[in-house]
Design a protein around this ligand. Structure first.
Ligand SMILES: [Zn+2]
Ligand SMILES: [Zn+2]
Length: 250
């Protein structure tokens, strides 16, 4: 499985694009925020996308979609595009696209297919199996597991510690987890819908995953040594803080 880190940042980071991953084998884009787009345009990745998973209905995970759909229309895309997300995804995507480019969404020029999922759902797309767990962040928040040719990756989306995600990530090759702040900062600021570095370590340890990748790190909390020290209180496996553009093969 070949994974590209399109973006690794949180919502308002001046140095890092919104967190987004591209799984080349399945043509799957995971999240599509407003600042992920240039990276997708730059190397042509946008033209390899068949499926988009939206982890939840927040702008740093979705507001690139109207621009992406508009570019496909401009370049006369013909292949269908599947968009996967929580119940309400079709209405949400149509609403934001209508606000961005009025009058377009009903005639994109190619087939738009919506698959609305919950934690019981399982989808097979491009010979990959997708399954899901409810995350602790917004009503629309789900984590994703993708299995392809006996390799597996789990993406948490935004969430605080979530036992269901640890279960979803059981023995996964890669767990990509959001890591927003230190445990001290999380408690001081009452960041109830985000993970501390410690809780990422706990989720990784409890899942038995082979490697933990941390993304969506708070813009003022990117102290690699401090992050590693806190994660290591719970998790001893491989720990990676990827950069935008990194490609990983598993
Ligand atoms: Zn969010
Ligand atoms: Zn976010």
């Amino acid at each position: 499985m070949k994974i590209k880190f399109v973006g690794v940042g949180e919502a308002f980071d001046g140095n890092h694009s919104n967190t987004s991953l591209f799984i080349e084998d399945a043509g799957l884009l995971i999240d599509c925020g407003y600042s992920s787009m240039q990276s997708l345009w730059r190397d042509g990745t946008y033209n390899k996308i068949n499926v988009i998973f939206i982890s939840h209905f927040h702008a740093d995970h979705t507001f690139g979609l109207p621009a992406l759909l508009m570019r496909y229309r401009e370049e006369k895309r013909v292949e269908p595009l599947v968009i996967v997300g929580a119940r309400g995804t079709e209405k949400y995507v149509k609403d934001i696209t209508e606000l961005a480019y009025a009058g377009y969404i009903d005639k994109p020029g190619f087939e738009l297919v919506f698959k609305e999922i919950d934690s019981e759902s399982e989808l097979e797309i491009n010979s990959a199996i997708l399954s899901f767990a409810k995350a602790n962040h917004a009503d629309s928040s789900y984590a994703l597991r993708i299995e392809h040719k006996s390799k597996s990756l789990v993406y948490s989306g935004d969430t605080s510690y979530c036992a269901e995600i640890a279960e979803l990530a059981k023995d996964a090759d890669i767990l990509v987890h959001e890591a927003y702040a230190s445990q001290m900062e999380k408690e001081a600021k009452g960041l109830s819908g985000h993970s501390s570095f410690l809780s990422c370590g706990l989720c990784a340890a409890n899942s038995g995953c082979k490697a933990l990748f941390l993304v969506h790190i708070g813009r003022n909390s990117r102290d690699t040594a401090a992050i590693e020290e806190e994660v290591r209180k719970a998790y001893k496996g491989a720990l990676i803080i990827p950069k935008e553009g990194d490609i990983v093969e598993v």
